[in-house]
Design a protein around this ligand. Structure first.
Ligand code: AKG
Ligand code: MN
Length: 383
């Protein structure tokens, strides 16, 4: 009786999220994705409902300037029991994701932004990651084992208030200008979801290779949790697990396809979540169809945030994305008029290291046992 109860508590409690994480992380044999919600298709799931966004919250002109379709055409969804969670199925105009991909690969990794490679390399070595990798990557013959380029070793970049992975805090004295284009995109998307005046102050860009994952965690280091957290996905599809406010709560699996946007707000702002795997691309179709769309150079006018990406740049981005996913998470750290606490009263995150950011990338026990090189912040550089 006791044993049975313990087993059932484990099944539905403590270990349920972790088990699901491991289930989707498994490579051999590959997991069955049959239970994963696919918002790009007609969803047949009792938990899913359509969300009507207010089309007048964002003008068509502002949407188009940011490379987005008119809000009336967005397909947005919610999940029962997760108030404040909004999933927007690729609202980008055809061809406008290219700009954000190029920014993530070529522009945002540049100084003064900070990346994982800075943890163990000198600033001159991590200067110009794109140009140092471009020629090698262009010539690289797939399948052959060759040393990884810096671009292939990139795991994260921080923007704005640079997240400190050790103290799990942001601070006033480690800030550089947040990229204006991403600031505007974030403000527009937040406005469309009813959050006016959203100020993007910190960004974490995550770079996933075919075998990368992101452990179970909560994003709670921002000081004002009443502001939403936005997440943008590009490239290969991934599985996202959305749990509850307690680590033992069950999790819901869903696909994140290229162009999808997630908004975690209100009661959903502090939910546990994870990315257990990148889904192998279907044979013969290494890039999702939306990234094959030709760029909308004709629609680009002065004032547009989205710039046309030169063909030679896109060739490299596209090659990289055949086996990768890029994610941008954007956060407002401080509430309106709020300031960082002074040193002595500084609020530290209460999360245990296992739950925290510091160990979130590919930090399952197997990985810890594996003799792999790690950088100072726990990111696996060899995967
Ligand atoms: O890659 C993702 O979709 C999730 C990223 C994330 O949770 C984070 O950076 O906090
Ligand atoms: Mn997160």
């Amino acid at each position: 009786m006791m044993a049975k109860m313990a087993a059932s508590v484990l099944e539905h409690g403590e270990d349920a999220f972790r088990k699901l994480f491991k289930f989707y992380k498994r490579r051999n044999p590959p997991p069955d994705f049959g239970d994963v919600i696919d918002f790009s298709k007609n969803v047949k799931n009792d938990m899913v409902f359509s969300v009507e966004l207010n089309p007048s919250a964002l003008s068509e002109a502002d949407a188009s300037r940011a490379g987005l379709r008119p809000v009336k055409d967005w397909r947005a969804f919610g999940l029962k029991g997760h108030s404040g969670f909004v999933f927007i199925s690729n609202p980008f105009l055809p061809g406008s994701q290219h700009h954000w991909v190029r920014q993530c690969l070529k522009t945002y990794p540049q100084k003064p932004n900070v990346c994982n490679l800075d943890m163990h390399m000198s600033p001159s070595e991590t200067e110009d990651i794109w140009n140092k990798s471009a020629d090698i990557l262009r010539k690289k013959n797939q399948g052959k084992r060759e040393p990884k380029t810096l671009l292939e070793k990139l795991r994260w970049v921080t923007l704005g208030y640079h997240y400190d992975w050790n103290s799990k805090t942001y601070s006033a004295d480690h800030y550089t200008q947040f990229p204006p284009d991403l600031h505007s995109l974030s403000r527009e998307v937040a406005a469309a979801c009813g959050f006016h005046g959203f100020a993007a102050e910190a960004g974490i860009l995550n770079y996933y290779r075919a075998d990368s994952s992101l452990g179970i965690h909560v994003d709670e280091s921002e000081l004002d949790h009443s502001r939403p957290l936005l997440s943008f996905s590009f490239g290969q599809t991934a599985v996202f697990l959305l749990g509850g406010t307690r680590r033992e709560d069950p999790a819901t699996p869903m696909f994140m396809h290229s162009g999808d946007i997630m908004v975690m707000s209100g009661p959903s702002r502090l939910l546990y979540h994870a990315v257990p795997c990148i889904v192998p691309a279907p044979a013969g179709q290494p890039l999702p169809a939306c990234l094959l769309d030709t760029q909308q150079t004709t629609g680009l006018h002065t004032g547009s945030l989205v710039q046309a990406v030169p063909t030679e740049d896109w060739e490299l981005c596209s090659r990289y994305l055949h086996t990768s996913r890029v994610n941008m998470t954007v956060r407002q750290v401080l509430g309106d008029g709020q300031a960082f606490p002074t040193e002595t009263t500084s609020i530290r995150s209460e999360v245990s290291p296992k739950d925290g950011y510091h160990e979130k990338h590919g930090q399952e026990e197997e990985d810890l046992k594996a003799k792999r090189k790690r950088n100072d912040s726990g990111y696996d550089l060899d995967s």
